[in-house]
Design a protein around this ligand. Structure first.
Ligand SMILES: Nc1ncnc2c1ncn2[C@@H]1O[C@H](COP(=O)(O)OP(=O)(O)OP(=O)(O)O)[C@@H](O)[C@H]1O
Length: 540
């Protein structure tokens, strides 16, 4: 058994280790080991803090501050080292960038989502910022980012953030940022859309200019308001025919004024008075709050009182609904349950104590009469603007904007504008192979058989006419279109079918008009419902 200690020998070795004389050695070992470990830890902690004194470390939490997070990501994506980075996260989400404005945007792919490359998770990226060594680490998915800059000077961090902000803002100048509230009641950046020039909105002379000037004056009059103790807020109610340019003009004005748009959906599921008040008071000081189809909010969710107590009150003046009223039919109870906003809650949110100063409110509706007078009164909706169906003047200028390059007094739809339209999601990216079915929102959408579009239309090259011919054909086209019977969206839809054949657009127009008139006549006389009240802009 040579080489293997016998069990008895093992026992004696263990016994000697555990003997009283060995115990003191054990204690010494523990004490010395403990002391060494403590020293080691102190040393490392001291070393870390020593190093930290040379580093500025900033953590940006996306949930706490979306803007700063986005600025830094945008800045990163514009650094040279970025092109060399080989470990990245690929994202098709638009929320971090201003991809819509990228100069290299490919028309072929612009309708699909653009790829964005983000710093890989948990990987540190090292770079130089103005001669300072910098490390960027994204800690967890979409959540936090740590910036470490080798410097003791806080101003460096401040300068860096300022540079990132400036870069982002410079790009944003070409865009309008859109925000929407999430279910938790926080504002989230949704997307940045290219600005739409106001000239591309064709309206009767003076209307859009008056709207823009009013908003401009408001923004420049803070002191005037505070001197007189008037709440510094302004509300605009745009009402009228569907597809007449209400939304488009708001986006355009937001671009002109350099304001972000905050979409408030009053009828959203789960929304109640408190959530609405909180949302509105959490808006930034200067912005546009947009409430679209505010009448739909009434129909679906906004009631004078909370539903269980008084489900029978109508939104207008609190009149009692009669049995058998149309409003009582259909899916309304289900829809009402979705939103718990009361009219008084909405009014308070708009101009109560918590309402944000400096904001501009734009509300749109197709059903002006359905709105409660309290909602429309001055102070809440200061300027009421009616959007009517297209006049001949508008039809003529729309034709010109489609087919001529010069001298377009009211609207030039350059290729840029069309690109922005695509991004705004309002213009179909290409002419539809078959015209879309008639929808209530597109009053004058092309009838299914109004014209058999050429199958090659979707790939056809838009034609530009000479100024003389363009004007001549535009005048002829306008003569064919009856005054105030078609929406601008409808006319746009029709002309889109002919973008490669402007002459045929004029030749085929009478048949199209006839067919549309007949179709709309059989659809319950929609034409007769067209708002025809006079006084395009009304100052209350
Ligand atoms: N006055 C106009 N000038 C130029 N284009 C217009 C005009 N009105 C409507 N359009 C075009 O019609 C489409 C729909 O317009 P928009 O969404 O602004 O109408 P709207 O009045 O807000 O409609 P709705 O009430 O149904 O929401 C857009 O593509 C827009 O370019």
């Amino acid at each position: 058994m040579a080489g293997f200690p016998l069990p008895q020998e093992i026992f004696s070795v263990i016994a000697s280790y555990l003997s009283f004389s060995a115990l003191s050695d054990w204690i010494k070992l523990f004490v010395v080991g403990g002391a060494l470990e403590t020293c080691r830890r102190y040393l490392f902690t001291w070393w870390d803090s020593f190093l930290e004194t040379f580093w500025l470390v900033a953590t940006i939490d996306q949930n706490q501050d979306q803007d700063a997070y986005r600025w830094v990501l945008y800045w990163l994506s514009h650094q040279k080292f970025w092109n060399a980075a080989r470990v990245v996260d690929v994202s098709t989400s638009e929320q971090f960038g201003l991809e819509a404005t990228e100069e290299d945007e490919d028309e072929e792919t612009s309708s699909s989502r653009k790829l964005t490359y983000l710093p890989d998770l948990s990987k540190s990226y090292k770079m130089w910022y103005k001669g300072r060594y910098m490390v960027v680490t994204r800690e967890s998915r979409w959540s936090t980012m740590q910036l470490s800059i080798f410097s003791r000077d806080r101003a460096v961090l401040h300068n860096f953030m300022e540079d990132a902000r400036q870069l982002y803002k410079a790009a944003e100048k070409k865009c309008v940022s859109i925000y929407a509230a999430d279910t938790g009641g926080f504002w989230n950046f949704m997307t940045a859309r290219p600005k739409r020039p106001l000239t591309s909105i064709i309206m009767d002379p003076g209307v859009k200019e008056r709207l823009l000037n009013d908003a401009r004056n408001f923004l420049a009059s803070r002191k005037w308001y505070s001197d007189r103790g008037i709440p510094y807020r302004r509300g605009y109610l745009l009402y009228g025919a569907p597809g007449s340019g209400k939304t488009s003009v708001i986006h355009s004005i937001a671009g002109e004024l350099g304001l972000d748009v905050y979409i408030v959906t009053v009828s959203r599921a789960g929304m109640d008075d408190t959530a609405l008040t909180e949302l509105i008071s959490n808006m930034p000081r200067r912005c546009i709050a947009l409430m679209e189809d505010i009448d739909a909010a009434f129909k679906r969710g906004v009631t004078r009182e909370l539903l269980p107590e008084s489900g029978s009150m109508s939104p207008r003046g609190g009149e009692q609904k009669k049995d058998g009223d149309d409003d009582d039919k259909g899916p309304k109870p289900v829809e009402e349950a979705a939103s718990r906003v009361t009219l008084s809650g909405l009014l308070n949110a708009l101009d109560g104590i918590g309402a944000q100063e400096g904001r501009i409110l734009f509300a749109t509706t197709n059903n002006y009469k359905a709105l409660d007078p309290a909602l429309c009164r001055p102070g809440r909706m200061d300027l009421h603007v009616e959007f009517r169906l297209a006049s001949r003047y508008q039809a003529e200028n729309l034709y010109k904007s489609f087919f001529t390059e010069e001298d377009k007094p009211q609207g030039e739809t350059s290729s840029d504008d069309v690109a922005s339209e695509k991004l705004l999601g309002s213009v179909p990216p290409s002419p539809p192979a078959t015209p879309p079915p008639a929808s209530p929102d597109l009053l004058a959408s092309p009838a299914p058989d109004a014209r058999q579009p050429n199958p090659s239309d979707s790939f056809s090259i838009p034609v530009t006419l000479s100024k003389r011919e363009g004007c001549e054909l535009a005048a002829r086209f306008a003569n064919i279109i009856p005054e105030r019977q078609f929406s601008m969206a409808g006319l746009q839809g029709y002309l889109m079918l002919y973008k490669s054949d402007p002459r045929a657009a004029v030749v085929d127009a009478p048949a199209w008009v006839k067919e549309e008139m007949a179709r709309m006549g059989t659809q319950g006389g929609r034409l007769a419902e067209a708002p025809l009240t006079s006084g395009v802009v009304r100052l209350d």
